[in-house]
Ligand binder design. Structure first.
Ligand SMILES: Nc1ncnc2c1ncn2[C@@H]1O[C@H](COP(=O)(O)OP(=O)(O)O)[C@@H](O)[C@H]1O
Ligand SMILES: O=C(CO)[C@@H](O)[C@H](O)COP(=O)(O)O
Length: 469
């Protein structure tokens, strides 16, 4: 296997990234990326085009012996009898299925029944809710749907030549709402409840089981395809998360998750009881508003990301009482799909760019601090990753909001790296993924900001009450 390369793909909300690494050492050899279109409804062919572009920018697949695709979780990809896409995919952050999720929860007898059945209580994000929306609003499309899969399943199938069976893995399957991590089995009764039919589902592969081989037209020689997984599961692998670690990822979504040896089920719905990509479990809390809150604040202030960082670090801790509740796309945790963002505590003194920048960073981090707390763990390490973790203001302010020191691994593509490690695991075999050397993360700490979390809780409660009126 000496000298073999592996390719890892991160097909996430805003872009597709490809890393090519040495299978044995994990050393980065080359990489590329391409943008995804805006919006919460995307035709899967656009992901395919971005993947081709990202592979090309990464210098192609020469020398690659195995490849793996990690993808944004939950997206609904419906295929008809001929294998064609029935309609553009509804993404995890598309909230039109919020009412469908509420109905499904009621129909099964309440949140506790769902938590018991599949480890999670469905909200708009879950595939099961999107399928109910489809059945109600597009019955013709629902009838044409003979197979349902997820973004990473579909891309892996396309890489294999779009013929034969579609496969998935435990991690991504656990975000559908019709696969039970505890039982390791589909709950087709819940799929039937949602859609009124039971289309064919992908076969759930074991962690290092081969999904197929790359279609000959797409590369030279035999390139083995690993199972792939959801982006958060891949990030856990990429960052080398161990029991006791909590990973906070600031991408389009904000997530806080931990590797666990046993399945979890939270009837409050805050913690999703996912599976991971190694045969373990991945309790996870997800918010809808993370890095894009910073993008929005920079736009509002007409500054660059770097200038936003400078402003936020000039602003006083607590932003003089100015609180930004960042529900810019509604919110998922807490489950407020119709909520909007709000600013509280605006006075002549706090009406400055520095206060607003600080409030944006703090508000976004307060949402993630609540997510971290909801996991109910006393973390040994808190690791900060994702595009938003490239912000110096985020890194320095995070410990003052979380109440924990944070470790920031060297900026990188941890989702794509995790997929690459999965591909290396397929080549190496064995019960655990191969160990790859990791750089030393940078340690950030700072005193908790007095009163900040309390002020945020009050402002968020007001925003929540307004959204529910
Ligand atoms: N230096 C930075 N400061 C703040 N935000 C950043 C920085 N670099 C990238 N981002 C933000 O990170 C986000 C993309 O993060 P990423 O983890 O790649 O998202 P996703 O995986 O959801 O596509 C974008 O919204 C981008 O603006
Ligand atoms: O829905 C979830 C987790 O349950 C999101 O975390 C998606 O998996 C999208 O991730 P990013 O594109 O933000 O990385």
């Amino acid at each position: 296997m000496s000298g073999a390369l592996v390719a890892g793909v991160d097909s996430s909300t805003q872009s597709c990234k490809v890393v090519i690494r040495d299978a044995r050492s994990g050393a980065l050899v080359r990489q590329g990326r391409a943008a995804h279109p805006e919006g919460t409804e995307v035709h899967p062919e656009r992901w395919w085009a971005a993947l081709q572009e990202a592979i090309e920018r990464a210098g192609g697949l020469d020398g690659v012996a195995a490849m793996s695709v990690a993808g944004q979780q939950h997206g609904m990809v419906c295929l008809d009898e001929s294998g064609d896409v029935v309609r553009p995919a509804l993404l995890w952050n598309d909230t039109r299925s919020a009412g469908a999720a509420r109905d499904l929860v009621d129909e099964l007898g309440g949140p506790a029944r769902w938590a018991e059945a599949v480890g999670s209580v469905p909200v708009a994000a879950f595939t099961v809710a999107k399928l109910r929306w489809l059945a109600e609003h597009e019955p013709d499309n629902a009838r044409s749907t003979t197979r349902v899969c997820l973004p990473h399943d579909w891309l892996t199938w396309r890489l294999a030549g779009a013929s034969g069976e579609i496969t998935t893995d435990r991690g991504d399957a656990s975000g559908t709402g019709y696969w039970s991590p505890a039982a390791g089995a589909y709950r087709t009764d819940l799929l039937e409840l949602a859609l009124g039919a039971t289309p064919e589902l992908p076969r759930v592969l074991a962690p290092a089981e081969q999904a197929g081989t790359l279609a000959p037209a797409l590369g030279e020689g035999t390139v083995r395809l690993a199972p792939g997984t959801g982006d958060n599961m891949a990030a856990a692998l990429g960052v080398g998360a161990r029991p006791g670690d909590v990973v906070v990822s600031i991408g389009t979504s904000g997530t806080a998750f931990a590797v666990a040896d046993t399945p979890s089920s939270d009837p409050s719905g805050a913690v999703a009881g996912f599976a991971d990509a190694t045969g373990r479990f991945l309790p996870l809390v997800c918010t809808l508003n993370a890095a894009r809150v910073l993008d929005a604040a920079a736009r509002l202030l007409r500054v660059t990301r770097e200038e936003l960082d400078e402003l936020a670090l000039q602003g006083p801790p607590g932003a003089g009482g100015l609180v930004l509740v960042p529900y810019l796309e509604g919110e998922r945790t807490p489950n407020l799909p119709e909520a909007t963002g709000s600013l509280r505590g605006l006075t002549l003194a706090t009406a400055t760019p520095a206060h607003l920048a600080r409030a944006a960073v703090e508000g976004m981090l307060c949402g993630l601090a609540d997510a971290l707390d909801a996991l109910g763990l006393e973390p040994r390490r808190v690791l900060l990753i994702g595009g938003g973790a490239r912000s110096e203001a985020v890194r320095r302010i995070a410990p003052t909001v979380f109440g924990y020191p944070v470790l920031v691994p060297e900026p990188g593509e941890y989702v794509a790296d995790g997929a690459a490690r999965q591909a290396a695991w397929l080549l190496a075999g064995g019960p655990e993924p191969p160990e790859w050397a990791a750089g030393e993360p940078v340690h950030y700490e700072g005193p908790p900001t007095p009163g900040l979390r309390e002020r945020y809780a009050e402002a968020a409660a007001t925003a929540s009450a307004t959204a529910q009126v």
